[in-house]
Design a protein around this ligand. Structure first.
Ligand code: F6R
Length: 365
């Protein structure tokens, strides 16, 4: 049932404040602000120094975000692979303490094969998974639930932001257990995460402005998405959403990589979506924007109030979110890019809930 929404995807985009809240509740005691591993899981990070993460598609981008979170907040080094490569890479795994898988369906063949491979190698396994009765949930040593509820739209939306929520909170838990974060730092981070539902609501309020952008986006055949630091995984996910829904050729890049090749693509006809909250790398991203502006590229800037006030280059259009703590920003920014992809697809008349050639759960390798 789509309720008042035109598509399941739109309905699922709007469910996010609620399901992010539910997911967070599994990882944070919201009355005390203390982080925790979900009930029934005896997973401890005290002796975890290296995590090998693998997943596919959107789950892979959540995994990349997980790497940034675990490295920043828990000082745990993370390897990261698309699951279809992990098994075949013959990477030495001797110093890996935990193999972590991210999957909405829990049935993705490549991810399942990687999980089985990790077990054969004698690794402890954990899965961030949305379908609790799935094969991946059954076969993993530790099950780390996302509570997004059933996701019908083929393009993942609420499962992704719930994966980000779970991984962010887990990284805080890991930081505490490893003595990287003290009680005050833990509380500051969990309080920031508790703002996620409200901040996603703020992002949803920008739908009309995003729809306007989408009308322009629909006139293009190509687009670039740039982000740096915590915004890099979000840029990659934004490009994936746009390409799978609207069939516009979209590429995500680390903003700093632009000058190493993709800048050759920039002319007046190239939309460049720049994800740039006013964080520790904002100034660097602004210089990358200047490189785009100097070549006439059509910049769509997604930033916050401080970023909008500080930015020195003229963007073609700007979406302004409220200022927010760094740990929660990826969740809210992802929602803007979901709406951009959604409205571009609606504009172009593609099948939003069932994009061509895609299946909800990919059970072949
Ligand atoms: C993109 C999308 C896919 C899935 C991928 C993994 O919107 O939905 O890229 O993320 O096929 O699926 P799960 O998470 O079920 O393992």
């Amino acid at each position: 049932d789509k309720g008042n929404h035109r598509h399941f995807m739109q309905k699922e985009i709007y469910e996010q404040p609620e399901v992010i809240g539910h997911t967070l509740g599994a990882y944070v005691d919201l009355t005390t602000g203390r982080s925790r591993v979900p009930v029934g899981q005896d997973l401890s990070f005290s002796n975890v120094r290296r995590i090998a993460i693998s997943a596919c598609g959107t789950g892979f981008y959540a995994g990349l975000m997980g790497r940034y979170f675990f490295e920043r907040y828990a000082r745990i080094a993370c390897d990261l692979d698309v699951a279809s490569e992990f098994r075949y890479r013959e990477s030495p795994l001797d110093d890996v303490d935990l193999a972590l898988f991210v999957s909405q369906s829990g049935e993705t063949a490549d991810t399942l094969a990687s999980l089985r491979y990790a077990k054969e190698q004698g690794l402890a396994t954990a899965a961030v998974v949305n379908v609790q009765e799935s094969t991946i949930a059954r076969e993993s040593r530790y099950v780390l639930p996302t509570l997004a509820g059933p996701e019908i739209g083929v393009a993942s939306t609420k499962a992704f932001t719930c994966q980000l929520t779970a991984l962010a909170a887990l990284s805080v838990r890991a930081g505490v257990e490893r003595g990287v974060l003290d009680g005050a730092a833990e509380l500051e981070l969990t309080r920031a995460l508790a703002e996620a539902p409200r901040l996603v609501n703020e992002a949803l309020k920008l739908e009309d402005a995003v729809e306007k952008l989408a009308r322009d986006m629909a006139t293009h055949r190509h687009a670039l998405f740039l982000g740096r630091g915590f915004s890099f995984p979000i840029a990659l996910e934004g490009a994936l959403k746009l390409k799978e829904l609207s069939y516009i050729h979209a590429e995500g890049y680390a903003a700093g990589e632009l000058k190493h090749g993709p800048i050759a693509l920039i002319d007046e006809t190239m939309p460049v979506v720049v994800i740039a909250p006013h964080d520790r790398v904002f100034e660097k991203t602004v210089s990358n924007m200047q490189e785009v502006a100097a070549r006439g590229g059509k910049i769509v800037l997604v930033t916050d109030a401080s970023g909008a006030a500080a930015k020195a280059v003229g963007a073609h259009s700007t979406i302004v979110l409220p200022d927010m703590p760094e740990i929660v920003a990826p969740i809210a920014y992802a929602v803007i890019l979901q709406m951009l992809a959604y409205h571009t697809a609606v504009q172009m008349g593609t099948d939003v809930d069932q994009p061509r050639n895609l299946a909800k759960s990919v059970t072949v390798e």
